[in-house]
Ligand binder design. Structure first.
Ligand code: FAD
Length: 314
């Protein structure tokens, strides 16, 4: 039977419940015992949140002041020690956190990482996207010494965040931590809007917005819908919005119920980020734009007229 270690993402004393619960679903599809590891200075409160997720049998807390910030260089040696506890799989959410950390752990364990699991066929066989999501490959990973993978969150429904009753156990790790990497400061965008990666609704703007001031109409529509805001790479590269808003192959992969692509042509690299969106609405003045090939609803016209009109009617 599989014994699966899942590395939890958390910040400011809060578990990233959505990311962890989706990774738990992938772990449950593999089957076996699912343990969640919380590496932090004081993991009790975070562990209590993790223990309530359905399908988790144990939560391990690794308390260390060095874990105050999620530095991959610091966390990796501790995870290597943990993984030595007879685990068959080590899973990471496929977020920036997981994508940063997993390759270091894989290198230290000398195993080849399986990236972006989107479906589980067995304990060793998985689907993952290649060529920017244009093709899906089924991989068979060697079971020994263990399987290490990141999980594509857009492909899994979250396990129930309440109802579980996992045991919480404190673990002491003696790993030697490197001193060459240290936390200096965090510069992050603060937003009252829903988080782009977990929002049910997302409104994205593209190059056609032509300035950061014009993006105001995107924010107004998003606020009416209670939506997160995204952008194409062209909008990011042009400096209209910060790069953490980029949706696509080299940005965020998202799976909202409702996605608005406004003034976005629909390049394959953008579409790679919205493959799992449920309903896609496109607004574009070019009726031949490729975005209309994937859109469920399309409005052909000038966004500077259509978007304010839509917002006022909602
Ligand atoms: P454009 O392609 O210029 O489209 C603008 C659209 O706006 C056009 O369809 C036009 O008809 C429409 N328009 C113009 N004016 C109006 C108006 N007034 N009203 C209505 N519609 C209007 N792109 C991403 O988005 N995400 C990625 O992660 C990403 N990764 C990449 C990785 C690689 C390796 C490469 C090579 C490219 C990547 N790209 C990515 C870039 C991608 O190829 C496109 O260049 C980009 O998505 C185009 O952005 P856009 O649709 O905003 O701009």
């Amino acid at each position: 039977m599989s014994k699966i270690l899942l590395i939890a993402e958390h910040a400011n004393g809060q578990l990233n419940v959505s990311a962890v619960a989706k990774t738990v679903s992938a772990a449950s599809a593999i089957g076996g015992d699912v343990h969640i590891a919380i590496l932090s200075p004081d993991g009790q409160a975070i562990a209590a949140q993790a223990a309530r997720i359905a399908g988790v049998s144990k939560v391990l807390t690794v308390d260390n002041p060095a874990n105050d910030h999620a530095l991959a260089a610091i966390l990796a040696p501790q995870i290597v020690e943990l993984a030595g506890g007879g685990y068959t799989h080590v899973l990471f959410p496929g977020t920036t956190f997981g994508k940063d950390l997993a390759p270091r752990v894989a290198a230290k364990l000398d195993v080849q990482q399986v990236s972006d699991i989107m479906a589980v066929h067995s304990a060793t066989s998985f689907d993952r996207p290649i060529y920017a999501g244009n093709a899906i490959v089924t991989v068979e990973a060697p079971a020994s010494p263990l399987i290490l993978a990141t999980v594509r969150l857009a492909s899994f429904q979250a396990a129930a965040a309440e109802g579980g009753g996992a045991a919480v156990e404190a673990v002491k790790i003696d790993a030697v931590l490197p001193t060459h990497t240290r936390f200096v400061k965090l510069e992050a965008q603060k937003s009252e809007r829903p988080d782009l990666q977990s929002a049910n609704r997302v409104v994205s703007g593209g190059r056609a917005l032509a300035s950061s001031d014009n993006f105001k109409i995107i924010y107004e529509l998003a606020d009416k819908l209670g939506a997160g805001v995204g952008a194409s790479r062209a909008a990011v590269d042009s400096g209209y919005v910060p790069n953490d808003m980029q949706v696509g192959q080299t940005g965020k992969i998202i799976a909202p119920e409702l996605y608005f692509a406004i003034g976005i042509s629909g390049a394959i690299q953008h579409l790679a980020g919205i493959k799992d969106a449920r309903t896609i609405v496109a607004i574009n003045k070019d009726s031949e734009a490729p975005i209309f090939e994937v859109a469920d609803f399309g409005l052909v016209g000038d966004l500077f007229t259509l978007v304010p009109e839509l917002t006022s009617k909602l």
